[in-house]
Write a protein that binds this ligand. Structure first.
Ligand code: 13P
Ligand code: SF4
Length: 351
């Protein structure tokens, strides 16, 4: 049962001591989250993985996060994902073949190598980070996207941004780029469904990917909630759509959402557009300060892949490690890892 599982996890952790570190993303369920040594958003956890001295980095998150941990850690360190099926459906919306096809099609219209910086959201497979490494590009997260776009525009006049259209659009718009200069590349259509003129005029070419958890938030939900509680302060993750971010008082990464609500005045009411586990935990935590923190969607949208990591999987990997067996290692091929590391290092330096 759960109590027994929690005890076994702690016993295995104690056996492993400093040889193992558990990193937990904010979307993890409570039963897993409570065992993490460090929690954070993608940027914070990437930095932790890069700085860790532990032999084993157990990542309670999704696949691309464990890949980043493998890439940024030393070769002898081992990155582990408790359930290897914990992917990210948004990351899966872009792949090397489709992005290369897009790049080649753009090359027929503009001088891509000299005018376009490829920028991949960290929510992407390692081979796409390697693609950015090959073309002098960079990685961004939800907390440094503006800095990274500034870095990119200092190099070249245009950006190809994948896989999340919303993060790209929301960030570009707040940097003063007009909506019409941010076009969406539909990877199922020839030339992305765009005219040559649209491609020439674009500042940002956005991949047509999205997060289904965040796309469930709609501006009407904000209107309806504020009708009942006009004093509500709205805060959204930048993976939410443009219309939701337009109606939000704050936009930020998971770490930023927590910081802003925690540091806000007592007795305030918050409506939050991000994953349910984070919102529920924040609500519990802030009750003592008289704050109420509400989840935006009427449906209970959770990230089903983050949810795959359960205490049983965590227990299984830790007990195996304690017994000297490595299970569920995530390992990026060295050549790909070297190129991907270049872009991640660019990111860590620029943010
Ligand atoms: P953060 O970097 O803001 O934690 O976001 C990660 C993610 O997957 C959001 O859906
Ligand atoms: Fe991916 Fe969305 Fe889940 Fe984040 S919430 S891991 S973007 S599917």
């Amino acid at each position: 049962d759960d109590a027994e599982c929690a005890t076994r996890i702690e016993v295995a952790k104690a056996k492993l001591g400093k040889r193992c570190i558990i990193l937990g993303h904010h979307y993890q369920r409570d039963e897993v989250f409570k065992h993490a040594d460090i929690f954070g958003d993608s940027l914070k956890l990437s930095r932790e993985a890069a700085q860790s001295e532990a032999e084993y980095i157990v990542f309670c998150g999704v696949h691309f996060m464990a890949e980043v941990a493998d890439i940024l850690s030393r070769p002898e360190q081992i990155a582990i994902l408790p359930d290897l099926a914990a992917g990210c459906s948004m990351a899966d919306m872009a792949n090397k073949v489709k992005v290369q096809q897009c790049w080649d099609e753009l090359a027929k219209v503009i001088d891509v190598e000299n005018t376009v910086t490829p920028v991949t959201y960290i929510n992407s497979a390692a081979d796409l980070k390697a693609f950015c490494g090959q073309h002098d590009g960079i990685v961004c997260t939800s907390s440094n996207a503006e800095k990274i776009l500034n870095w990119s525009f200092a190099k070249r006049e245009k950006v190809l941004f994948f896989p999340d259209q919303h993060l790209g659009r929301n960030t570009g718009y707040r940097m003063g780029i007009p909506l019409e200069q941010m076009v969406t590349w539909d990877f199922n259509k020839p030339q992305g469904g765009l005219t040559e003129q649209q491609i020439r005029d674009a500042k940002i070419i956005l991949w047509k990917g999205y997060c289904s958890v965040h796309q469930a938030f709609q501006p009407e939900q904000i209107d309806a909630f504020k009708e009942k509680h006009p004093e509500t302060i709205v805060i959204s993750h930048p993976e939410a759509c443009f219309e939701v971010c337009e109606k939000s008082d704050y936009i930020g990464s998971t770490e930023m959402i927590l910081k802003i609500v925690r540091e806000a005045e007592a007795n305030t009411r918050w409506l939050v557009a991000t994953e349910l586990n984070l919102v529920n935990r924040l609500n519990q935590e802030c009750k003592a300060q008289g704050k109420s923190v509400h989840f935006m969607a009427p449906t209970l949208s959770m990230c089903s892949t983050m949810f795959r990591t359960d205490p049983q999987h965590l227990c299984w990997v830790l007990e195996n490690l304690a017994a000297g067996h490595v299970v569920n290692q995530v390992s990026v091929p060295p050549e790909q890892a070297a190129l991907a590391k270049k872009t991640l290092d660019n990111m860590l330096l620029a943010s």
